[in-house]
Design a protein around this ligand. Structure first.
Ligand code: ATP
Length: 244
């Protein structure tokens, strides 16, 4: 564990039409890790996730060079729904994407719909409700009446219920009060300890470096720094630019 690359991104060049967003980035996520991708607005964090999830042009970016593999398999030709069903990779997008007109429980049920291992469902509901007691209390409440933090929790619960083993999280701290943010990252850590491998994109370097094992820093489409979370926390350049 923790030394076999699960996701590998090599020399990835990505553009939107004539606009270049990623300029040859390389990084990897090992089985069992929490890896953070840090960077300011516009650095290319969401684009990296979209390139992995294969959202096609015109909305999605075009990969012009480089490769992405998952357990050695080329992901570039694989559409997003297959990533979930066949590869066990799930995306928790920025802005949550839950079903507002459905209850918490219905949202979780829908997420588990395509699973073939139905025998594990009861245990997984238990697990989600023990990780997120707030969701348990609100299981019959409509999604659109949840607070922002609760919606983010539901989005993570949905990823868990879909049975994936690898999740991509886009800015989970976005718009959350500090205490909720800590709570969310603590749960993320627990999900990781329960066997989930996690790639998390974050503008909030402080919280990401507290919970991740390793991190990469993106600037204007290039990875400019990488290392263990501890090394980056102690790096003067990171402290000045991202933790100040
Ligand atoms: P943020 O934290 O603000 O979400 P980010 O690091 O996720 O930023 P991206 O959204 O990946 O950054 O954007 C990277 C670059 O690509 C930016 O210069 C952005 O303007 C550009 N870009 C993103 N989406 C598109 C699009 N659909 N069409 C054209 N350019 C885009």
């Amino acid at each position: 564990k923790k030394n076999r690359p699960m996701l590998e991104v090599r020399n990835l060049h990505v553009r939107y039409g004539s606009i270049t967003a990623l300029r040859g980035i390389s990084f990897h996520v090992n089985d069992g890790e929490v890896v953070a991708l840090l960077g300011a607005n516009g650095a290319g964090k969401s684009t990296t996730l979209m390139s992995i999830m294969r959202l096609p042009p015109p909305e999605g970016p075009t990969v012009s060079e480089g490769g992405i593999t998952y357990n050695g398999i080329d992901l570039l030709p694989v559409p997003a729904h297959v990533l979930v069903a066949k590869f066990g990779i799930g995306l928790v997008p920025e802005g949550r994407h839950i079903f507002g007109n459905l209850s918490v429980l219905e949202n979780l049920k829908l997420a588990s719909y395509a699973r073939t291992d139905k025998e594990n469902l009861d245990a997984d509901y238990e697990r989600v409700f023990s990780l997120f007691p707030r969701l348990k209390d609100r299981r019959n409440q409509r999604g659109d009446t949840l607070s922002g933090g609760e919606q983010q929790m539901l989005a993570m619960g949905r990823a868990f219920m879909s049975g994936v083993r690898f999740i991509l999280l886009d800015e989970p701290s976005m718009g959350l009060a500090p205490l909720l943010m800590q709570e969310l990252f603590r749960v993320l850590k627990q999900l990781n300890e329960a066997g989930m491998t996690i790639l998390v994109v974050e503008q909030n370097a402080r919280i990401a470096l507290k919970y991740a094992h390793r991190a990469y820093v993106l600037e204007a489409g290039n990875i400019v720094m990488e290392g263990s979370a501890e090394a980056l926390r102690n790096d003067p350049k990171i402290q000045r630019a991202y933790l100040g």
